[in-house]
Design a protein around this ligand. Sequence first.
Ligand SMILES: Cc1cc2nc3c(=O)[nH]c(=O)nc-3n(C[C@H](O)[C@H](O)[C@H](O)COP(=O)(O)OP(=O)(O)OC[C@H]3O[C@@H](n4cnc5c(N)ncnc54)[C@H](O)[C@@H]3O)c2cc1C
Length: 377
Amino acid sequence: MGKHLVLVGGGHAHLTTLSKTADFVKRGHGLTLVSPSAYHYYSGMGPGLLAGTYEPRDTRFHIRRMVQERGGAFVQDRVAGIDAARRLLKLHSGNEIAYDVVSFNIGSGIRLPADTEEGPWLVPVKPIENLYHAREAIRARRARPLRLVVIGGGAAGVEIAGNLWHLARSCEARADIVLVAGGGLLDGWPIRAQDLARRSLTQRGIHLREGERALAFRAGQVKLESGAHLSCDLCFLASGVAPPPLFRQAGLADPEDGGLLVNDCLQSIADPRIFGGGDCISLAGARLPRVGVHAVRQNPVLRRNLLAALEERPLHSFRPRKNFLLILNLGDETGIARRGAFSGGGSGLLHLKHWIDRRFMHRFQVSGEAKDLRPGI
Ligand SMILES: Cc1cc2nc3c(=O)[nH]c(=O)nc-3n(C[C@H](O)[C@H](O)[C@H](O)COP(=O)(O)OP(=O)(O)OC[C@H]3O[C@@H](n4cnc5c(N)ncnc54)[C@H](O)[C@@H]3O)c2cc1C
């Protein structure tokens, strides 16, 4: 007798399972994807989407078609609660979905200080779609000088600041760009990479404020710890991510980190019917950085384990890689790469990044998708 698998979120770690929907259906199981959008955007191309190097259609997977064309069901909604005892998911719409096995790949959100007045001028860099909307807003306002602030000196903040410069130049906007780095630029990265990033940004006139933290965001004003205020038209928030509160509310979270606490089979420690991957999980015994590389590598393990859990077979382990390649797109036609202690920069690395990203898209985009020329999200 077939069982029901529910995938919550069609993120980077669920792509293989989604592309193999027909295998689950052929074996008599039902597969339902719950997602707020029919598309999932590939974060690695987010900075290029902001700069105008890519269009939305280049950077997204049509996850509704991926599942529906292969015999699964798609529910456009958001999971708002988990009743693990009754194996029920509560949806934002008020509906409920029952599952035999469920897997979460719902990502993470940008952490905001308590003193934050949200508004269209504040742009969290996740979800990635926000970067497209910001790009269009900048193009529309390019006739007058723009003040742009980026909060966060990590990989995402560096890429966003550099690609805002690229965007402003390509649409002939006059933009004053400030990057408030929190600690130092690219903290935890090799010194060589930090120097390369610093030089690339400052040579282009991007103002770096290292060792300064943002405390409050109100009506177009960013208040810094030093007491200084920065006025801006748009403020991009790349200040670190945290898992959504869903797992704490359901008693399934790592108490410190808030992610769905899973074992090395990507299975919840608290409930063997629950699995997860990507930014929303916390792997017991290993604090993994929240990067797409891990989510992507979890794909085959999740697919095998979800089928095994439905059919009560043994599970496989996920072994995270200690050393993995990250390449940042600096927005000046160069990239900075890091793998363990190695780092380097140059235009060849950016070409390599574009090649890796396009190959990944090609692997999971459904047929005809790249030919979809409708503009916008
Ligand atoms: C600008 C930027 C650039 C980056 N570049 C890189 C890079 O080059 N390399 C790298 O390794 N990492 C990169 N990262 C990190 C990367 O974004 C994350 O690690 C990655 O997105 C994690 O993938 P995920 O599938 O877990 O989450 P997400 O990509 O956030 O996907 C989550 C999905 O779940 C859906 N969802 C959310 N909530 C719900 C809900 N309640 N119910 C149902 N569905 C829901 C969302 O719609 C979304 O489709 C970058 C991050 C940023 C911000």
